[in-house]
Design a protein around this ligand. Sequence first.
Ligand code: OOB
Length: 547
Amino acid sequence: MAKISSTVLRPTEADRPQWPERFARHYRSLGHWRDEVLGELPREGATRHPAAVALVDGDRRWTYRELESEVDILARSLSRLGLRQGDRVVLQLPNIAEFVLGWFALQRLGAVPVHAMPGHRRHEISHLIRLTEAVAYVIPARHARFDHRELAAEMKAEHPSLGQVIVVGDVGARPDFVPFDALHDDTAPAIAELARPAPEDLALLLLSGGTTGTPKLIPRTHQDYAYNARAAANISELTSDSVYLAVLPIAFNFTMSCPGILGTLQAGGTVVLAPNPSPDTVFTLIERERVTITAVTPPLVPYWLKEYTESTPDLSSLRVLQVGAARLPDDIARGIGPTLGCRLQQVFGMAEGLLNLTALDDPEDIVCSTQGRPISPEDEVLVVDDQGNPLPDGETGELLTRGPYTLRGYYRSPEHAVTHFTENGFYRTGDLVKRLPSGHLTVVGRVKDQINRGGEKIDATEVEECLLGYPGIVSAAVVAEDDDELGERSVAFVVCARDAPTARELAAFLRQHGLAAYKAPDRVVAIEQLPLTPLGKVDKRALRSRG
Ligand code: OOB
């Protein structure tokens, strides 16, 4: 195997996320931040419960002891391949065991996984590699009828930093790509000889839903991310008997650590991977593996409830269904417990940090009508009016937050500091919420220029910029409209110098442009001119009400 050239950038102090020292000391003194790094989680599990099952993917199973030895050998092989502490690695895998194994192996090295979504294409991946100067890109050979090797070949030609492409499956016509299965080099030196990353080091990069044209990256540290998962696992009451089914993409913060995969492994439970969210697949897995907790987005809920009523599988092991990432309508929420016989847990989170959960013993009305409350007593939450003044409970305003696992700045983009953070370090979520005296939050809307398409976030500006490349489109504005199934879908209002394209034509154009498919507008409306506000900005509120 060819080695990665030694000219790539190594970790810099600048990449280490910074909390003011006063806050860092406080979080450490309370024991929220500990001397822990994510790569040691499998080893701790192997010490505490070696024979318990940690991971299940189809017919493949790993006990904690096996997980530890697999991660160890993978990490050593990746090190021999040239990967080093601080290196960024774009990880784009579906829900297969290699995601989990590869992720922990990178952590063990102190390398930094960059969480790409399975649906991302040239536009997004290229941006991620450029921004992070990634040295490696991990892909499946093919997934969802897409050949990732072709995209990887393009990326390798385009980005000099990209030394290695690692493929789960067949490398095809690219002998220079490394098969994941070849990373089994038992003769590679032990990782103990390499430096352990520090708890305050950058551990992973998550993708933000974004509202500024190019996806921003969220730096998470070992100590903040481990705390995020542990605090969530406490509220979700995870134990070594818990069996978590990963239905949503693993790359999603929700699935990874809310409490998700990390919270389950910290508790000594079992993680089961679902290859897709269809009720058939999921119900079979819940029955077979005696799943106790799983997590979905709102559009999946009615679909599961309907299928359940028709096929009545044995879901008696299921204690908790987490629902989040978009607003769950109250009436659907009320149907979950009576139909499935489990507790609903609402989840209002963000890759940027702040996570809100309902507790399993919260009153029914709170569970069905709020999106939970912050998981840490150190989460500071403000609800403010448009002048930034704090509002009393019960009034609607923008949610601002800071705390032990909420970012203080985006990765390598100081230019976003002013728009997304207050002077004293609060992150402006862009969400409109109401707070109850108990601290529970209800999400009522948003001020950010985003479409929440059933939990998938679409940055309006990013799509608008791409639409302007379509021949004949003079100006464009993308807004949300209500949708029965998805909650929201996207509509593009376009001003055209010639015949307006159909939604299908635009989707094909955007696909060619390399944009992920879910970002294509669901509907296109031709319009004479875009309405403007008195300040001369596109009046999106007016467009939304035109529908
Ligand atoms: C999760 O993370 P992101 O980064 O994809 O999106 C965050 C945004 C929030 O700012 C809010 O606008 C929306 O998604 N959102 C919700 C919601 N949960 C998230 N809006 C209404 N109701 C909810 N329950 O989406 C995410 C991250 C971790 C856990 C769960 C979701």
